[in-house]
Write a protein that binds this ligand. Structure first.
Ligand SMILES: C[S@@+](CC[C@H](N)C(=O)[O-])C[C@H]1O[C@@H](n2cnc3c(N)ncnc32)[C@H](O)[C@@H]1O
Length: 295
């Protein structure tokens, strides 16, 4: 701890902006994401491939960290074993049909299968059709290595309907909403294929506002603090606040909506306020929320 503080002090002297961001990340990790801390696992695929499976795994640009049957984990940039805790999924999905929209490498679809779902369909389009940072190669490889029965279909979220894919007991719509230029239309499509429960995970912004609001992230002419999500990921369009998510879900036909993550603490509220009031130092802002919505 002492050496960490000394390092931080010297970073403050050389680069105060970066040091503030470090502090922010540390606090956010500790206070807001602690739910998933226990599940954090080391990425244990070696840098140097030493067998055929490792060679195949290392040839893929992974987004998800998927535990493989031999105990190794795919080296994804997103710490999925940590995030899955924040979704508060039922331990058992026995007998349920599950649709994972925007599945990418498929961690959550495979997880639903592991929880006993009777049928799982993973869909994606942007990455699977070659438009994104990653491809479908990770999903296909993990599917084979896991011996999975998860079905897969390349379909745009705007094309989802009972006619095209059917309807599902549980629909996962994780990390996709803010990548879409028409979020409300997308939610209508997702609602149309949801029979029971939608699990929605999204980046949020303007968390200090009570009015429904979304930030438009495409403003290249805006000061950096005004479109920081876009700066980190140019495929980001609109980032909603909590009230906007709830309002859009109501509009899409959901009767009961519950935010399951984060479960607010006074400290995390303070952190959100600090984010909103310190745009000049460009504090890193990457807050996420998870909602369950029922028809
Ligand atoms: C940030 S990733 C989230 C992946 C995964 N759901 C998760 O939570 O880790 C966003 C995903 O949405 C997909 N996506 C973006 N636009 C899409 C669209 N219009 N139709 C279907 N999928 C889309 C991308 O291909 C990508 O896989």
């Amino acid at each position: 701890m002492a050496s960490r503080l000394r390092r931080l002090a010297s970073r403050f002297r050389t680069n105060p902006g970066a040091a503030l961001r470090d502090v922010h990340r540390f606090v956010e990790d500790t206070l807001i994401r602690r739910n998933g801390r226990a599940s954090l696992r080391r990425v244990n695929v070696p840098r140097e491939p030493y067998d055929e499976i490792a060679r195949e795994v290392m040839a893929v640009r992974w987004f998800h960290r998927i535990p493989l049957p031999d105990g190794r984990v795919t080296p994804g940039v997103s710490n999925t074993p940590r995030y899955v805790r924040t979704l508060h999924l039922p331990d058992s999905l026995a007998g349920k049909t599950v649709l994972d929209v925007g599945a990418w490498d498929g961690y959550y679809a495979f997880d639903a299968e592991r929880r006993g779902a009777a049928r799982v369909l993973a869909t994606d389009h942007f990455c699977w059709s070659g438009g994104g940072w990653g491809t479908r190669a990770g999903f296909d490889l993990a599917h084979r290595l896991l011996g999975s029965k998860v079905e897969a279909r390349d379909i745009d979220v705007y094309d989802l309907s009972p006619q095209t894919v059917g309807t599902f007991d549980v629909v996962l719509f994780l990390g996709v909403l803010y990548h879409l230029p028409e979020p409300l239309t997308a939610l209508e499509r997702v609602a149309s294929v949801t029979r029971e429960r939608l699990v929605l995970e999204t980046l949020v912004d303007l968390t200090f506002m009570r009015q429904p609001a979304l930030t438009f992230q495409r403003g290249r002419s805006q000061p950096p603090s005004q479109y920081r999500h876009w700066r980190r990921d140019p495929t980001t369009w609109f980032v909603p606040n909590e009230a906007a998510v709830v309002t859009m879900l109501e509009h899409a036909g959901f009767a009961r909506i519950e935010r399951v993550y984060p479960r607010w603490s006074a400290a995390s509220r303070l952190l959100h306020l600090a984010n909103a009031t310190l745009p000049l130092v460009h504090v890193q802002k990457d807050f996420r929320m998870v909602f369950h919505a029922w028809k």
